[in-house]
Ligand binder design. Sequence first.
Ligand SMILES: O=C1C[C@@](O)(C(=O)O)C[C@@H](O)[C@@H]1O
Length: 240
Amino acid sequence: MGLEFDSFTLAASTTDLSEEPAAREFADAIEFRMDLASEPVAALEAYDERVASTPDAMPILATNRAAWEGGEATDDGRLETLAAATRFDAVEAIDIELESLRAGATAATDAREAARERDVSVVVSAHDFEATPRAVEMRETLTEACEYGDVGKLAVTATDREDALAVLTVTHQLTAAGHDVATMSMGEAGSHTRAVAPVYGSRIGYAPVVPERATAPGQYDLETLAELVERLQADGPSTA
Ligand SMILES: O=C1C[C@@](O)(C(=O)O)C[C@@H](O)[C@@H]1O
């Protein structure tokens, strides 16, 4: 099985796989933003070759984010390219937008099937770059995402502490109900959720290897997030 997300996984987000050695000290995986890279498939091919001689190189979570979901990929061949990524040994998880699966797009279902056949995990994600939806909606979105994939992911935008708290509450509720979720509030008001949500069960955190190249608003740099998450997990009471 690929990345299992059975405990917290810190993903170093990058468009450049040559950054992997610099991230290894702090991260568990690389989130490769294929949509922001110039030759993503060639880069994966080169990475796979490198991994053969570097056994401790980190596994990849491949994302080919659609323009309509905050990324830069057009829908022309986007999911086909994502499916193609699953044939590389280093790719142990892919991220598919919930909206694509919901719409019943054949390419989305095919990408999910390709992942299943190759023991690659599937993160099903939803984003809101403007606001934090009502808690009931966030619960529904995450529950549905979990039905489609191994992890349901929700990134929303906080404008105040109340928004951030709502995301943490939903994270706790879904985790307590036995779901594997990954959550974060984007934006400055939500930054701290990136460190705190793992305490409530969030399975994936994202941070850029190079701080100037954040892939979402409000991200901490990788070293900072690694340290915050570790401190909170080590210092806190048991998660029960
Ligand atoms: O979906 C996510 C989460 C994210 O948007 C964040 O807020 O950290 C960063 C993206 O790179 C990733 O694909």
